[in-house]
Ligand binder design. Structure first.
Ligand code: NAD
Length: 377
């Protein structure tokens, strides 16, 4: 017998085999692939809310990849996920034995969905294990870590993609096309907002700088930076920023609200806002011949959009995560474009760092030296 059925595995784990033991107890390769042909196996690292409610469900519908494995520090999650998704024992890892994933032929892609401070470590370990890597946003804690991830993937000759789901999303792709084709003329201005109100546990990792690397800016602000860039079709040449704090007792360690103004080589300007204190979710692009906007612009969809000439954008809704993971798998399988390469994650971290630098220097304009096409797909 070379397949482990759901019933076999459920019976093993309900007989009291702990998850760490489950992961460690069997030599690799004892079971054949738990997998259909021509689909790449993805292992999710970190089974928090994004993996649980978005990625794993999306992986039930993907065409080019499927949920093959998990990496978790919580034995009870290993058991419940294995049962729910019929995962094979040899595809279940904890953070300690994760590096042995190099011997697992059923895992092609490692998707790192951990708190930001853990991204670099696990992306680099995944690359060293010879696995393709998807890294959640923000890419890492700083630019140096982004560079380390990129170079580890290059050295291991594996592909690296960011978890920037919007690049696979039809409204966002339409916006990118408007910009490229100058449908509304030359872009002169972008306004982008990405924010939500945080009221949860003040001890959560997102509010702890050591684990998050920052507050609203590294969390939602990355979407506003992205909107400014695909809204203009250019990388910015300078940025100035301001920080606002209205609930310092809650946001003790991380930024609450940030606004920033970016200048682009064409002369276009962008104003971006991000916050953990209020809701905002839109992008507006003005060109010399009209405008277009998305609102919402960066949630899980469906997005919604309109234009100055009366068009209402209307695309069928599909899971953004499904489209994103299929696109990345297709990049590996068929050589299609990597829509969100690692360099894009690094470029955004360069801008994040410049925004923090500007705030630290009282709003001073910081020059950016990002090559023209750097980070574009
Ligand atoms: P979460 O808090 O729900 O889950 C984090 C997971 O990491 C949990 O399973 C937790 O057990 C595990 N973990 C391991 N070590 C930990 C530690 N020291 N402290 C806290 N948790 C630890 O977070 P999430 O919302 O799933 O976010 C995970 C990553 O995914 C983040 O980088 C986040 O920015 C990103 N994310 C991206 C999107 C998107 O739309 N692309 C959406 C949500 C989250």
């Amino acid at each position: 017998m070379n397949k482990l059925t759901r019933r076999d595995f459920t019976s093993k784990i309900t007989k009291g085999t702990g998850a760490a033991m489950v992961a460690a107890s069997l030599p690799m390769g004892i079971y054949a692939a738990c997998t259909p042909d021509k689909k790449l196996g993805i292992a999710l690292v970190g089974l928090g809310s994004y993996s649980t409610y978005q990625l794993a469900p999306a992986l039930q519908d993907t065409k080019n990849c499927y949920l093959a494995g998990i990496v978790t520090g919580t034995p009870s999650k290993a058991i419940s996920w294995a049962k729910k998704y019929s995962l094979a024992e040899h595809c279940i890892y904890n953070y300690e034995n994760f590096d042995t994933i190099k011997d697992n032929k059923d895992i092609d892609i490692v998707y790192v969905v951990l708190p930001n401070a853990m991204h670099a470590d696990f992306c680099i370990r995944a690359a060293k294990a010879g696995k393709h890597v998807i890294c959640e946003k923000p890419m890492a804690m700083n630019v140096a870590e982004c560079e380390q991830i990129i170079s580890a993937c290059k050295k291991a000759n594996v592909k690296l993609g960011m978890g920037y789901r919007l690049h696979s999303e039809p409204y966002t792709q339409q916006v990118q096309e408007f910009v490229k084709k100058k449908t509304y003329g030359d872009v002169t201005f972008v306004s982008a907002e990405a924010a939500y109100r945080s009221t949860g546990n003040p001890d959560q990792w997102r509010l702890n700088r050591e684990l998050s690397g920052g507050g609203a800016l590294v969390n939602m602000g990355v979407y506003a930076i992205q909107s400014a860039i695909y809204g203009t079709g250019e990388n910015p040449i300078s940025v100035a920023a301001q920080e606002f704090s209205t609930r310092p007792e809650y946001f003790k360690d991380t930024d609450e609200t940030i606004t920033a103004q970016l200048n682009f080589p064409s002369g276009a300007i962008a104003n971006i806002t991000t916050s953990h204190n209020f809701s905002a979710n839109s992008m507006y692009v003005a060109g010399t011949n009209g405008w277009f906007k998305l609102q919402p612009a960066n949630n899980y969809g469906p997005l919604s959009g309109s234009t100055s000439d009366g068009k209402i954008l209307d695309f069928p809704h599909e899971s953004q995560q499904k489209l994103q993971m299929d696109d990345f798998a297709s990049h590996i399988l068929h050589g299609s474009t990597n829509l969100a390469p690692g360099e894009m994650g690094k470029r955004d971290m360069i801008i994040v760092s410049a925004i923090y630098e500007s705030i630290a220097k009282g709003g001073k304009t910081i020059r950016l030296d990002i090559p023209k096409d750097y980070g574009f797909a």
